[in-house]
Design a protein around this ligand. Sequence first.
Ligand SMILES: [Zn+2]
Length: 128
Amino acid sequence: MVNKHEEDIFVESNSSSMLRRVCQICDALVQPGNGDFAYAPYYHFCYECTNKYPPALRKALIDSFFYAACIQGLGIVEFETVHINGDWITFIPHNREMGFENLPYPFPRSLDVPLANILWIADAPNGS
Ligand SMILES: [Zn+2]
């Protein structure tokens, strides 16, 4: 997956150059200082996406690692990364042949879940 930071745009403004970045979720232009720097200083999220999506979910989008989420009606999903499409989250398993463990189906390709059905989500649930 190509990260959107490669689409960074330098904007000349009043003889000083100002770096703007694109929100990793919605493509809105985000100025430094107006986005979310909590996890990855080289990536930005707009205010709307920072408020809508929890920190661990935003990190999972840009930093493949070990994550876990509890999905209402399904149970705990351990995953590597996500895709975000508005109110739908696509979870990607670590092993794309075996799929997820301990679920009714392995879902080896991916699993789509409504954002509202995520009860909790964590980065490195077993520590790092
Ligand atoms: Zn956004």
